[in-house]
Design a protein around this ligand. Structure first.
Ligand code: SF4
Ligand code: SF4
Length: 334
């Protein structure tokens, strides 16, 4: 059959609230390996699975050998922080984006097959399958990779989530029009990063607050912890200073919006954690790491007076973190 025009893909994606998109066709058999290999060589801490999935990450067709095309999409999330002194990444302000965006992409795959009455299979990936996401987004014209190692579009900035749909549908390719590096002489993100995690356009994973608060399982080294500036889940500092975020859009889905206040966070205990963070990204890190992160965040703000209830609970990881920070129950106010 003839190829599916981009206008059809555009119309189906628009019905799901997705307006920034590209189509890669055919799907490349291999992707450049340098970025991933350099990241692995720099060290990925508790993300050892990144190395284990190296080969499929570099072979986009491995997820669906019959795929004729890949749709790439970018969905804006809430560009406001809406936090108190304790800070969390904006992408985690609302419900877990993985489920939201994957469902949208799944429906797009079904709609394509239905429109042409074909048994086309599709597979959605939203940080959920070994896919080299930023490389594919850049190849499809959704933006360039900035010095903060994030995808940037000149008309939308960085506050966007990426999603991918491999499909058997023979889609016309479409380049979204961006890709030229427009960082120029700007180095704001590198200079703003409190832990000096941005080096030569890449993130030193094990120094990054985002990694340390979300993925790292153990105690956070004191020399890094004291630079956290109140972040307890993720970190947006290298995006907050990016001038292209002047052009950020409002969240593309109301479920991605939300707010946090410090007292509510401190009141969450082991019995209410799952319910409070139901269907939110924080739940996956678990309660003990959540409390470790609050301890580090308050400590980094010089607010050891807020640490007492965290220490009093006696969680092993929190107590080990307190020892690393040189906090005793007495100093913590308990
Ligand atoms: S997320 Fe924060 S710690 Fe990580 S590179 Fe950006 S500014 Fe640095
Ligand atoms: S802050 Fe400047 S250097 Fe960093 S990603 Fe944005 S434009 Fe590029």
């Amino acid at each position: 059959m003839s190829r599916v025009p981009f206008t059809v893909v555009q119309e189906i994606c628009a019905a799901e609230g997705l307006h920034a998109l590209g189509v890669i066709a055919p799907v490349p058999l291999t992707l450049p390996s340098e970025g991933l290999d350099q990241m692995l060589a720099d060290g990925v801490g508790d993300l050892a699975w990144l190395g284990e999935s190296r080969i499929p990450r570099l072979r986009p067709t491995a997820l669906q050998m019959t795929a004729e095309a890949m749709v790439t999409v970018a969905l804006p999330y809430q560009p406001e922080a809406n936090c108190g002194e304790l800070k969390r990444a904006r992408y985690a302000a609302g419900k877990d984006y993985h489920n939201i965006l994957r469902s949208k992409l799944g429906r797009i795959g079904l709609a394509l097959a239905k429109r042409y009455d074909q048994p086309w299979k599709s597979r959605a990936a939203v940080d959920s399958a070994p896919v080299n996401e930023r490389t594919l987004a850049r190849l499809s014209g959704l933006g360039w990779i900035g010095r903060n190692a994030l995808l940037i579009a000149p008309d939308a900035g960085t506050w966007r989530l990426l999603g991918f749909l491999l499909t058997d549908a023979p889609l016309d390719p479409h380049h979204a029009g961006h890709g030229e590096d427009r960082c120029g002489t700007c180095t704001s993100c590198e200079r703003r990063c409190p832990t000096a995690a941005l080096v030569d356009r890449r993130v030193m994973t094990t120094r990054c607050i985002s990694y340390l608060t979300i993925e790292h399982r153990g105690v956070i080294p004191r020399d890094l912890a004291e630079k956290f500036e109140g972040w307890w889940f993720g970190c947006d500092l290298c995006q907050e200073v990016c001038p292209w975020n002047r052009f950020a859009s409002p969240a593309g889905d109301a479920r991605l919006t939300g707010s946090e206040d410090d007292d509510t966070l401190m009141r969450i205990d082991a019995t209410t954690f799952d319910l409070h963070f139901a269907a939110r990204a924080m739940r996956r890190a678990g309660y003990e790491r959540f409390r470790r992160n609050l301890l580090v965040a308050w400590f980094s703000l010089g607010r050891v007076d807020r640490c007492a209830p965290l220490l009093a609970e006696g969680l092993p990881l929190v107590l080990a973190q307190a020892r690393e920070l040189g906090l005793t129950p007495v100093e913590g106010g308990g």
